[in-house]
Write a protein that binds this ligand. Structure first.
Ligand SMILES: O=C(CO)[C@H](O)[C@H](O)COP(=O)(O)O
Length: 266
């Protein structure tokens, strides 16, 4: 496994020497380092979704102002669009900029090959579209997301976006052919299911076989009519940045790095 550790040289690191970094601090050091390492003037940037991506957008905005960067930002969700607007970053989209230089996004779990589970925030469809049109996908996360095998750490299942009228049929098909259980994700402050940015439902597929071949499973799932997209990001991420407890950042590339072509379809 290729792993590198970086110590922060900023003020934050002084605090980390004496106290354990909180999860939020761990997210922040990973997000800041990824933005500092990868973002350059002249790029089109995919802005990820979730709480770690909020911190990356924050750092992106700082650098945009301080360095007068010439960048354009493609959102991966409603939330990401709001972040771009809030920070007064230049907003673009895939219609204007169909090739993204780099997308920096969070993940719910990342295995040894950088296969990721994404969609904990239900934004997986646009996240995958933007990532698949990016030259590079870089994942940012705290150390609790770093695992050998998917399902080891993330217990909420693989999010799967489905057309609402087909959710029972798809649930039954997944459970019959791949085992486990696929549960309709319910909203917290609304009666009934959560509805994604694109008007669909989410099934969270749990108790899957942790030894399965994720590429095969992903392709199998994508054959089901009405199943729009999965939260399985296979052979897409080129690098993952994990904020650690001691204030360092662990950078991983896929174990089988020959297989990873960065963005799959560009
Ligand atoms: O895939 C996502 C949203 O659909 C997020 O990137 C993922 O859920 C991680 O979120 P957080 O950074 O809040 O832990």
């Amino acid at each position: 496994m290729t792993v590198k550790f970086f110590k922060l040289t900023k003020n934050l690191s002084l605090r980390f020497k004496t106290t354990m970094a909180s999860i939020n601090e761990a997210k922040q050091i990973a997000a800041y380092k990824a933005v500092d390492d990868h973002v350059k003037s002249g790029q089109v940037i995919g802005v990820g979704s979730g709480s770690t991506a909020v911190l990356a957008a924050q750092r992106l905005a700082e650098r945009f102002k301080q360095e007068k960067l010439n960048i354009r930002c493609v959102p991966t969700s409603f939330q990401a669009r709001q972040l771009i607007i809030h920070h007064k970053l230049p907003l673009t989209d895939l219609e204007i900029d169909p090739i993204v230089d780099i997308t920096i996004d969070g993940a719910d779990e990342v295995d040894a090959n950088l296969t990721c589970i994404k969609g904990g925030g239900a934004c997986l469809l646009q996240e995958k579209i933007v990532a698949s049109n990016s030259k590079k996908l870089v994942i940012i996360a705290d150390h609790t997301k770093d695992s050998e095998k998917l399902g080891e750490k993330w217990k909420k299942g693989v999010p799967i976006e489905v057309v609402p009228m087909a959710y029972v049929a798809i649930k039954n098909k997944i459970e019959k052919t791949l085992g486990g259980t696929a549960e309709l994700r319910l909203a917290k402050m609304k009666a009934g299911p959560i509805v994604t940015d694109d008007g669909n439902f989410i099934l969270d597929w749990k108790d899957f076989d942790p030894e399965c071949n994720w590429e095969k499973v992903n392709n199998q799932l994508l054959q089901i009519p009405g199943l729009i997209e999965t939260g399985l990001f296979v052979n897409m991420a080129v690098m993952a940045y994990f904020g650690m407890n001691d204030g360092s950042v662990k950078v991983r590339i896929p174990e089988d790095s020959k297989k990873c072509q960065g963005a799959c379809y560009v």
